[in-house]
Every structure is written in C-alpha cells, then in structure tokens.
Write a protein that binds this ligand. Structure first.
Ligand code: F6R
Length: 604
C-alpha cells in the first residue's frame, strides 16, 4: 500500500522525507518520489526526484539535493493500482506548477481527465492521481486562490483520496485532505515545523502532538502553522515504539492483516461496481467471446480462492470451470483447447509452478488472465490480461487478505461474465451487487468472535487432528481454514467436503478428533447439519461456526446473520483465521514467520 510523508520546517527536508519513506517501506512499494521547494527563493522552484524500485535508487538521485536548503516537501512510495510501476507513474504528480501525492483511488478520474483534456490539460501518466493536480490548477487558473481551488478540487473527487499538494502558486503552503486512506498531521518539536505521514512510524521521536485525520477532514499548513477547514479534529499523542506502530498496534502482521481485510476490499471493489454493473478497466467483454470453459491454476491459498470461484463461475456465469493445483497441472500433459480461458491466481505473481503453468497455456495459444496482487510481477508481465487485487503488501507468511481480495475479484469476474453472457437476471444481478457492497461489513473483526476464538483456543492444543468441514464454497473455505491452522500451529488439520466424511474419514472420529464445522444459514444448512450429526454420534468433538446454535456442538462460535452465503463465507473466514492465530499464540509459535515456510515460493 502506498505511503505518504510531508514536511515543513528548518531541518533537512530531503533527509526527513527519505527517512520517513524508509519507515514506510514495510508497507511495500514499487517506486518512490519526492518534491521539495524553498519558499524563500523568489522563483520558488520545485525540484522533483522519482525512482523505480527500492529507496536506495531514490537516495542516489537525491544525493546532491540533500545538501540544499529546502524547507518544504512531500514524498510518496507507490504500490501500483492504476498504471504500471514506472517512473512516470510514480508520485509526486505534476501539473504546470503544482505537485500532488495521493493514497487511494479516484473513481471518477476518467470523466475528469476527459473534461480537463478538452480544456487543454496535458497528461503524462496512466494514473488516476494526475487528475487531482490538473483539477486544482484548473480551478486556481480561474480563481487565483489556491486554498479555494484546493477545496473545490476535493468537492469534485469521488473515491478514496488522502492527499498532500504543494504549488508554486503559494509556495508557503502544504494542502492536505484525508478521505479513505489514513493520514496524520503533526506539530514538529521545533517552532514552525509541521509533519505528515500515512502512518505513525515516520513521526515517532520527531513529532509532538498529532491529529489522526478523520475522513472528510483537511486543511492547510502555512509557514508551519496548521489550520483545519473544519472543527472535526482532535490532538493526541503518538505511541512510543516504532515496531508497535508498524503493526498499527497489533501483536502480529497477520493480526493486522486480518483486521485490514474489511478496508482493503473497499479498494478492491473501488471503481469496479459502477452503474449497477461490474466494470473492469483491465478487460472488456471480448475476453469471454468464444470461451466454453475456464481453467484455473494456482497454489496453496490462491488455489482455494480458485476453487471457491469455480462454484461461482458455474453458478452465475454458466461456464464450465475446473481448477488445478499448478504443480500437478504442469506434468499431466494437460489437454488445452483454445476455447478455454486460462486464469492463474497469485498473491506474489512469482510462484514458480503457477508461472510455468501460465507459460504453458500461453504457448498453447489460450487467452490468459492473472488475478494478482503485485503489478509488474512475472505473471502480470506474462499474462494477456491482469486484474490487480489491491490488497497492499502482505507481510504475514500465512496469507489472509490476499485470499479475501482474490475471492472478491473472482466473484466480481463471475458476475461480469454472467452479464456478458446474459446468464443472470437483472434482479439476481442487483441482489449479488448488494451483497458485494456488504462484504466490508462481513469482514469486520467483531470483538465477540475474537474473544470466543481466544477462549476456545486453549481447548485445541492437543488431540490427534482437526477436520474442517463444509459444503459448496464452504468446502474450499474448510481447506483454507485447515491450511491456516497447519501453517502456524503445526497441528495436523484437513479440510474435507462435509458429505464425504462418511466415505472413509469418519473412521477417525473419537473425542480427540476435533471437527470444525462451517454451517452457513443460507446454503445447504440441513445437509451439513446431518453430516455433523453423523460425526457427533461417533463422539467427535464438534465446534460449529454458524449464526444458528446447534444442540450437538461441544463448542460454538456464533457468527452474525447475513442474507447471502458469500457474506457468511467471509465472516467465517475471519473466524477460522482468528482461531488458528490464537491457537498458534498459545503454542508459543512465531505467527508471522512459521517454521519451514517462505512468503514467495519461486522454486518448483
Ligand atoms: C498460505 C500461503 C501459500 C500461498 C502459495 C501461493 O498461507 O500463503 O499457500 O498461497 O504459496 O502463493 P502465491 O499466491 O503468491 O502464488
């Protein structure tokens, strides 16, 4: 996820910005840039430096600038969402005389860009961000008042936008606004010093009081004096520890990422649900023309997202869909026909088996699409089409938010194909879109669920194994729950289709076999209930996760009521993630870096 820093004051501005960006490195980025100026120079030149890749590249470019006397600047690390990771697409973005850094996504950027181009504005990047600075200059050219121009700019933007903007039109100012992504403004320790950052870490030790801006709050810093446009702000103090700040106060990155899920899916969906339909800038409906089958290939958690999607592609888009583990697919001499759309799913875009499977499909002349979290990865460079999941960097080795955002993208894709193929009624489409809009709510980490998982975890530290069971899309969710538990607790766990237990595995049932049963209200409830009854009759210890209490459960994690099974799916996902994490904590394991595992598996 992108990072923002800003500075006004007497210290070395370039140094502050570079150090600040380093503190934000843990959030992941593919390019970085700064814009600095000295407001006392009569021509108030803004100097800008941008570099692809790691911050050392930017440091090299600024090695001369660091000696100069700038007193105001803005900086940014970018994680590509609109437009490739290139120097031109890196922030800060320039108009004729102003620069902006931005976190978030401007939903109406296309409309604004068209209007501004008609008025003669020239765009150089592929980003949504560039419209902000042109819109600002458009208003300022008319009004000759940068503060009013900034306010009018904000009024005309839709989507998520946390912004810092500087302009030669008034070089004593940094304009700021927060909507969606986090932004903090702070008083410096010296007189006339103000600092900005998108999270605590760059400010710790350097700032005095801070305001964690609420959505819709903005203002302007003039010569170090902070002024807000409204009264909706509150001064507070910073946490003392940087490590703690990087994890946003959570114990582990995994915990932070579980909590982030409800916000990152908003980014995943942003601009993609439009005019009561699904819209992807990255593809058009021709992608499904002549296609009679979808084949999905992936590994691990990404494979589970693919398996979930296979139910949705068949149910909603009425396209035959099969899913394969990439390492199996590669050597089975697969039959590939050109009426197949080949989809690979990968958080990193670098997993060796998935990448090779993709190359095989390309060589066979199939249309290929990757659902990926990292632009410019090997897979996004190889596939014909890429859809980014916009989860931001995932630090915990056990994948959480990557799976969630993949599943949301694939659900949207199933609806997109359904519309293109005319396999869905208007009513059903609206029902599905309504459910999609509710996804962020279903991913909130409710205290009562987390507390229950914490309490229950102490009962699940031994025994001879776990069976996670579910039906339909809750079967891949059972696989994912079991994988999470295995990865971080090192306990044996298996995911199984609930209806399949009686065909063998039920022989294992006894009180030391723990069954985690996913029992959604909106999908096959009675069927899974019978399967759980069968296990209970054989004395297995049963923990049910469901909105409906079940008299045979030994343990019960109550979930909220939702009217769509996918919303129950996401809430139960959070529950199994939390349960695994709390078991791992009690066992004293390293939650973020479990033994024997690597975040990206670039070997066969
Ligand atoms: C599990 C996990 C792995 C990955 C798998 C594929 O928590 O993270 O199973 O899902 O290694 O990785 P990507 O999605 O990067 O291709």
């Amino acid at each position: 996820m992108c990072g923002i820093v800003g500075y006004v004051g007497k210290k070395n501005t370039v140094e502050f910005l570079l150090n600040g960006l380093k503190e934000l490195e843990y959030r992941g980025y593919d390019s970085a840039g700064i814009a600095v100026l000295n407001e006392k120079n009569s021509d108030s030149n803004i100097e800008v430096y941008k570099a692809l890749g790691k911050l050392v590249n930017l440091e090299e470019k600024t090695s001369e600038a660091i000696k100069n006397d700038f007193n105001l600047g803005i900086g940014h690390t970018r994680w590509a969402t609109h437009g490739k990771p290139t120097e031109l697409n890196a922030h800060p973005h320039l108009g004729e005389y102003s620069y902006v850094v931005h976190n978030g996504i401007i939903e109406n950027y296309k409309e604004l860009k068209d209007e501004l181009m008609q008025k003669g504005h020239k765009f150089v990047s592929q980003t949504d961000t560039e419209v902000i600075v042109h819109l600002f200059e458009n208003f300022n050219n008319q009004l000759n008042d940068p503060t009013i121009a900034f306010k009018k700019t904000i009024e005309n933007l839709e989507g998520a936008f946390s912004i810092l903007l500087i302009s030669k039109a008034d070089p004593s100012k940094i304009f700021f606004f927060k909507h969606g992504s986090p932004l903090i403004v702070a008083k410096g320790k010296d007189e006339g010093e103000a600092l900005f950052a998108s999270s605590d870490a760059p400010l710790i030790g350097l700032a005095g009081d801070v305001v964690y801006l609420e959505d819709g709050v903005g203002g302007v810093v003039t010569n170090g004096e902070i002024e807000f446009f409204s009264d909706d702000y509150k001064w507070s103090t910073l946490p003392a520890s940087k490590q703690y700040a990087q994890k946003d106060g959570y114990r582990f990155f995994m915990e932070k990422e579980i909590h982030e899920q409800s916000t990152v899916v908003v980014d995943t969906m942003m601009g993609r649900i439009k005019d009561n339909a699904i819209n992807f800038d990255e593809i058009d409906e021709s992608i499904i023309e002549g296609i009679n089958e979808i084949k999905i290939c992936a590994c691990g958690t990404s494979y589970h997202a693919g398996l979930t999607a296979s139910y949705l592609f068949e149910r909603l888009s009425k396209v035959k869909c099969n899913v394969e583990i990439a390492s199996e697919f590669r050597y089975k001499e697969p039959l590939l026909t050109k009426d197949t759309l080949f989809i690979v799913i990968s958080q990193s875009g670098e997993t060796a088996d998935t990448l090779e499977a993709l190359k095989m499909a390309k060589e066979a002349g199939l249309k290929t699409l990757v659902v990926c979290n990292v632009d410019n990865s090997s897979m996004t460079r190889t596939a014909d089409f890429s859809i980014l999941t916009r989860a931001g960097i995932e630090k915990g080795v056990a994948s959480t938010k990557a799976f969630t955002t993949q599943t949301v993208v694939l659900w949207m894709l199933a609806l997109y194909f359904a519309k293109a193929k005319n396999t869905i009624s208007e009513n059903k489409m609206q029902e599905e879109l309504h459910a999609l809009r509710e996804v962020p709510k279903s991913l909130v980490v409710y205290d009562f669920i987390h507390e229950k998982c914490k309490r229950l975890s102490k009962r699940y530290l031994h025994g001879h194994g776990f069976f996670f069971i579910g039906r339909d899309v809750f079967y891949p969710l059972a696989l994912e729950g079991a994988l999470k538990l295995k990865e971080i607790s090192y306990l044996h766990a298996e995911g199984y289709p609930a209806g399949e237990m009686k065909h063998g595995p039920i022989a294992l049932a006894d009180p030391e076999l723990f069954t985690i049963a996913l029992m959604p209200e909106n999908l096959l409830y009675d069927k899974i209930k019978s399967n759980v009854e069968e296990l209970s009759a054989r004395d297995s210890t049963i923990c049910t996760i469901s909105p409906i209490p079940f008299e045979l459960s030994d343990d019960y994690i109550r979930t909220n009521k939702f009217d769509h099974y996918m919303l129950e799916f996401f809430e139960m996902l959070v529950a199994v993630q939390l349960l695994s994490m709390e078991i791992s904590v009690r066992l004293g394991n390293d939650v973020d870096m479990p033994r024997n595992l690597a975040k990206s598996v670039t070997v066969e």
